[in-house]
Design a protein around this ligand. Structure first.
Ligand code: TYD
Length: 262
């Protein structure tokens, strides 16, 4: 049974001031002016996918969702920026190539605005119901793209994550790693195809703003991802995404099977 205990102070640190329990045994988050913590045993699992544009994340998220559902697991698939109606509107501002002149700080703030709503509206309610949440990008993206790509540094990203996201941590992060040139070329090709209306997943949307960045930008993003994986080996699993989608899926299934004890 899930226990939800009202706790009238905001806790995002490693120890819950009220119960004295370690954060490893409880998750806390802000909900209006009230903070709740939930027993981990009662939660679902939060799995995030990270990687460069064109690293094949979306394909792998879908493949994993299908495989888990086939085993009777209740899965929620979502993405960032986006995942809520307000978040999808923020996504359009952030990704449309017609958006010009956004400062790196504004970009970071908008990513977190979308994320805070996403956590509140989608992620925490699904975890409370014991579901598995598969999320295409989360705060590691902000640390890699805005922190390293835009050179804002990791510190403001991690501080905003503590304040706006209650320091919510994924149970598992799958980092799809591929070479910069291969990933970016694939992403650009995909967006050209989308624009020309030939793609199966043609959304008719322009989401090209980041893909216009140069190699050096994506080189910094990749290095930041590798640094996060080295810093948090218990959470972040590096997956070689140079093989076929099927081979990559097999590697991911193995990690998820272990994590979920399937
Ligand atoms: P996504 O739709 O995952 O693009 P792709 O399928 O090409 O990987 O992500 C959209 C873009 O948003 C991507 O270029 C990375 C960027 N982004 C950030 O810069 N910071 C963030 O915090 C997030 C979530 C995404």
């Amino acid at each position: 049974m899930m226990k939800i205990k009202p706790c009238f102070e905001y806790i995002s640190h490693s120890l819950c001031a009220r119960s004295g329990r370690a954060a490893a045994a409880s998750v806390s988050f802000r909900c209006a002016r009230t903070c709740y913590h939930r027993d981990v045993a009662a939660r679902g699992k939060f799995i995030t996918f990270e990687g460069l544009d064109g690293s094949g994340k979306s394909t792998q998220v879908e493949k994993l969702a299908r495989a888990l559902r086939a085993r009777g697991v209740s899965v929620v698939v979502t993405r960032e920026p986006g995942g809520t109606s307000a978040g999808e509107r923020i996504r359009e501002v952030l990704l449309h190539s017609a958006t010009s002149g956004l400062s790196p700080l504004t970009e970071m703030a908008l990513m977190f605005a979308a994320r805070a709503q996403h956590i509140h509206e989608v992620i925490l309610p699904a975890l409370a119901e014991g579901r598995i949440v598969l999320c295409d990008r989360f705060t590691d993206s902000t640390e890699a793209y805005q922190g390293a790509g835009r050179k804002l540094g990791s510190k403001p990203v991690l501080e905003l994550h503590a304040v706006l996201c209650g320091n919510l941590q994924p149970d598992l992060t799958i980092l799809l790693d591929n070479d910069v040139a291969v990933s970016v070329e694939r992403a650009r090709r995909r967006n050209r195809t989308r624009r020309n209306g030939r793609s199966e997943k043609n959304t008719g949307k322009d989401e090209n703003r980041f893909e216009q960045e140069n190699r050096a930008f994506f080189g910094r993003v990749r290095q930041a991802y590798l640094a996060i994986a080295a810093r948090e080996p218990g959470r972040v699993q590096l997956v070689n995404a140079r093989g076929t989608p099927r081979e990559t899926h097999a590697l991911i299934m193995e990690l998820v099977r272990k994590k979920l004890k399937l």
